[in-house]
Design a protein around this ligand. Structure first.
Ligand SMILES: C[S@@+](CC[C@H](N)C(=O)[O-])C[C@H]1O[C@@H](n2cnc3c(N)ncnc32)[C@H](O)[C@@H]1O
Length: 307
């Protein structure tokens, strides 16, 4: 259904790879699980299939085709998902991206990726999730993946997402869970709810750069519940991603993006030990699901109570 030619040819893809790799090497070289992890991250960011998988999951959550819908991606990175949304899914997609110091170059690169994909440059604009540069009630769908852990004020971003959603619109926010056993930037096992100071000692002991921890919001299910609580009267929560986590841990059918191949190897040991049902049971109780996939619908506007 979303088949078709690649957005750009091999030569263009290689040229983007050559520009993106130094950015990732600079920002994640001392964080990642080795040079191959950085290579993998760069390939993943330029992988159309990954964007298509994300959009297909979003489409299932929304419960109807995304074609023709107006969608915003918050933290659109290098603009690939916004481009795939436009060209392959027929979505009227927009992205906002600060392309700040940490991800220096993302915004500039995204304009070139949009151009190469034949997408209007207007599709992505500078902006932060804390102050989304669009009017109220504007989008049918808002999507954000791997961004909430990098923003300065997560509750403000969630409030802004609700503000720009149309009544009846659906938002999906995908974010790593630091109440789980996995840290994907480093590609390491994590201890649920590890405080930042202890996390820094831990990664230092592994020979990795601890300072990156200070740039992260250590998001957990409880924290998201607290952040979203003031918005409770305006939204209906459709899911937290627990089912997706259970399916992935049980079936091991997930794609091995970033360092997820390592996680899969660890999970295979649990399968051999036949402790997966127990893992799922305890994990559901203690909210080990990762990533958190928060999906909610903005409540329809209340009918005017005119006489
Ligand atoms: C790990 S990247 C993810 C990019 C993209 N969503 C993806 O999955 O490929 C995190 C992105 O969040 C962006 N970001 C950081 N702070 C932000 C904020 N306050 N509002 C919106 N985006 C932000 C960064 O510039 C970066 O592009």
């Amino acid at each position: 259904m979303h088949e078709g030619p690649a957005l750009f040819d091999e030569a263009a893809r290689d040229a983007f790879y050559q520009r993106l790799f130094p950015i990732y090497e600079r920002n994640f070289g001392s964080v990642a699980a080795g040079p191959q992890h950085v290579v993998q991250m760069t390939h993943d960011s330029l992988n159309e299939q990954r964007s298509a998988e994300q959009l297909a999951m979003l489409e299932i959550a929304v419960g109807e085709p995304l074609r023709g819908k107006r969608m915003l991606e918050v933290g659109s990175g290098i603009g690939l998902t916004t481009s795939v949304a436009r060209k392959k899914f027929g979505i009227e997609a927009y992205g906002i991206e600060p392309g700040d110091d940490e991800y220096e170059g993302s915004l500039k690169l995204s304009y070139d990726i949009l151009k190469a994909a034949g997408v209007d440059a207007e599709a992505v604009r500078y902006g932060v999730g804390e102050a989304i540069p669009f009017p109220d009630d504007h989008f049918d769908v808002v999507y954000s993946t791997n961004v909430l852990e990098h923003v300065n004020v997560p509750p403000k971003v969630l409030a802004e997402i609700v503000r720009v959603l149309k009544p009846g619109g659906v938002a999906q926010i995908v974010v790593p869970n630091y109440g789980s056993w996995w840290e994907g930037h480093y590609g390491i096992l994590w201890l649920p709810h590890l405080p930042a100071w202890l996390g820094k000692l831990y990664v230092r002991a592994l020979g990795r750069d601890p300072d990156f921890i200070d740039t992260l919001q250590l998001v957990s299910r409880g924290k998201v519940e607290r952040w979203i609580a003031p918005l409770g009267p305006r939204i209906d929560i459709l899911g937290w991603g627990t089912d997706v986590w259970e399916e992935r841990v049980t079936g091991l059918g997930f794609s091995e993006y970033s360092a997820l191949g390592r996680l899969k190897s660890i999970l295979r040991i649990f399968h051999k030990l036949r402790v997966v049902p127990l893992l799922i049971k305890v994990g559901k109780l203690l909210h080990w699901e990762t990533p958190i996939i928060l999906t909610f619908r903005k409540k329809p506007a209340a009918p005017a109570s005119g006489l």
